[in-house]
Design a protein around this ligand. Structure first.
Ligand SMILES: Nc1nc2c(ncn2[C@@H]2O[C@H](COP(=O)(O)OP(=O)(O)OP(=O)(O)O)[C@@H](O)[C@H]2O)c(=O)[nH]1
Ligand SMILES: [Mg+2]
Length: 248
């Protein structure tokens, strides 16, 4: 029934939720895409859930999944994959760091045959606005580590991406931490991936949930994907490596 599901993971986003929903809906109207908006909330103690429930009364394409166990961003996105009512998914943050205006372009790329379309902060034309130096260094470190698995992808840990359902439907995802895209790239079944640049804008309202343990969790995730990749002759990471280093 829907052509696209925009999955928005949320935790305590009462100050942003109404605006992101209305911006995504506006993009659907302008582009003529029959889209679903799926909010995946980790039982926020603020008024996020109440706001979504009240918006749902006038928006038939707005759905809410409230999770009561296994709190986490990646876990929430993976639950979103399982509950979405379409075959194409776009993941976007609630805090307006990612531009909803790029949704039609990402959707059209998937329609045209791409399996994954990544909004990249680190390719020509992309960027990050108003991030403190420490944040930039942590992000760059994480990105370089991710690129050891996927050398041709400039932003393998972006939170803004589109993916075809068939890529993740059967994938043995082990979602944890913040970097669901790396898990999708490492364990999903895909052939074609492209990136499009965007400028990441730091959240103006609400608070960040990035913790130090997130970094440790991420390193563990990279090691797990590497182990997974080398145990399979058909893995995406091995195929990408072969393309770059041409030892096949
Ligand atoms: N369901 C769910 N959503 C989460 C969780 N943590 C963060 N989010 C949402 O995931 C998106 C990204 O989280 P942010 O806190 O903005 O992460 P960030 O952009 O790295 O950090 P900021 O610079 O503070 O914006 C936002 O929409 C959050 O509301 C979580 O544990 N569960
Ligand atoms: Mg953010």
């Amino acid at each position: 029934m829907y052509e696209l599901t925009v999955i928005i993971p949320t935790f305590n986003e009462e100050s942003n939720i109404e605006r992101i929903i209305s911006e995504v809906d506006k993009v659907f109207l302008q582009s003529g895409i029959r889209g679903e908006i799926l909010i995946v909330d980790d039982n926020s103690p603020d008024t996020t859930i109440a706001i979504v429930n009240s918006l749902k009364k006038s928006k038939a394409n707005l759905n809410l999944l409230v999770r009561l166990a296994d709190h986490g961003l990646s876990q929430s996105v993976a639950d979103g994959f399982a509950h979405a009512l379409s075959e194409i998914f776009i993941i976007i943050d609630a805090d307006l760091s990612h531009p909803p205006a790029l949704i039609p372009m990402m959707y059209n790329e998937i329609k045209a045959g791409q399996d994954i379309v990544i909004g990249s902060r680190y390719m020509k034309g992309g960027g990050i606005k108003a991030w403190p130096f420490k944040r930039r260094i942590i992000s760059l470190g994480g990105t370089f580590l991710g690129r050891t698995l996927f050398p041709r992808i400039s932003d393998p840990v972006s939170g803004f991406f589109a993916v075809r359902k068939s890529v993740v439907a059967e994938a043995p995802l082990k979602p944890r931490g913040y970097k669901i895209l790396l898990e999708v790239l490492g364990k999903g079944s895909w052939e074609k991936c492209r990136e499009i640049p965007f400028e990441f804008v730091d959240r103006e309202i609400g608070s960040s949930k990035l913790k130090f343990t997130t970094i440790l969790e991420y390193v563990r995730q990279v090691l797990d994907i590497a182990r997974f990749s080398f145990s399979l002759s058909q893995s995406a990471a091995l195929r990408e490596w072969k393309k770059v280093f041409m030892f096949n």
